[in-house]
Design a protein around this ligand. Structure first.
Ligand SMILES: [Zn+2]
Length: 107
């Protein structure tokens, strides 16, 4: 779970940044990442790094599934999602598992 944070701090070092204001992360609903826990991890990792006085901005990405029968996408918070039209379980998750570094605001 700390991978994205470590990566963000690594990138600021490479960019020669002295300060990190905001780290934007995209967290999928099914990624297993708890945003509160991520904030906690950030507060533990940030001291002594350029991100010391920065903050995390977390964008929650809803889970999206594909129904091949209806050829449509639908959203669900459940891993075993049913299509709202035909009520068949979807076999294809299209979004919702990401944990990505979206962007950073640095000096
Ligand atoms: Zn369907």
């Amino acid at each position: 779970m700390q991978g994205a944070l470590t990566l963000a701090l690594e990138k600021t070092r490479q960019a020669g940044a002295s300060r990190v204001h905001v780290i934007h992360l995209r967290i999928g609903a099914l990624s297993g990442v708890v945003p509160d826990a991520l904030q906690f991890a950030f507060e533990a990792l940030a001291p002594g790094t350029p991100a010391e006085n920065g903050r995390l901005a977390i964008e929650n990405v809803p889970a999206r599934f594909w129904c091949a029968t209806c050829t449509r996408e639908f959203q669900s918070d459940d891993m075993f999602a049913e299509c709202p039209d035909c009520h068949k379980p979807s076999g294809e998750l299209r979004a919702g598992r990401e944990m990505e570094l979206a962007s950073m605001e640095i000096d």
